[in-house]
Design a protein around this ligand. Structure first.
Ligand code: SF4
Length: 138
């Protein structure tokens, strides 16, 4: 997730800069992506959550197609670069893995994958996040 590496792509125009992660990645080849921006969404943009099989903004717009487009473009990049491992921001409706917000903007997590994580997992990519990447046997 590009936002973890300090790129200002987050919905509110900020980032999730993680200095420890950036240090750790110094010895690896890294490709930075933000699926939501790749999918055509703006910075800033309304926060979104997954609701059923759709992605809906806080102001109730259906942005599913942008999330799907971003996921497909991310998959293309992954394939082109032969990427095996992705470190993606936890809980995001694109990048989250195993846990995402419940679609009610109530700060409640439920089991599930973000749209991009889901498609990458289906294509055999190992998905890690900013909390668990060190546990992986690199
Ligand atoms: Fe970060 Fe992923 Fe959200 Fe982009 S889509 S801001 S990379 S969590």
């Amino acid at each position: 997730s590009a936002c973890l590496l300090g790129v200002h792509v987050k919905y509110n125009g900020g980032n999730n800069d993680n200095i420890e992660l950036k240090d750790f990645l110094k010895s690896y080849e890294v490709v930075k992506v933000c699926p939501e921006v790749l999918g055509g969404l703006t910075i800033p943009r309304s926060p979104s959550e997954i609701k059923g099989n759709k992605v809906i903004t806080k102001d109730k717009r259906d942005v599913t197609k942008y999330f799907q487009e971003g996921a497909l473009k991310t998959l293309e990049i992954v394939k082109k670069n032969n990427i095996k491992i992705a470190i993606l921001k936890k809980n995001s409706p694109s990048c989250g893995s195993n846990k995402v917000y419940d679609g009610n903007f109530s700060n409640t997590l439920i089991d599930g994958d973000g749209v991009t994580s889901n498609i990458l997992k289906k294509n055999g990519v190992v998905i890690l996040n900013e909390d668990n990447y060190k546990e992986y046997k690199w």
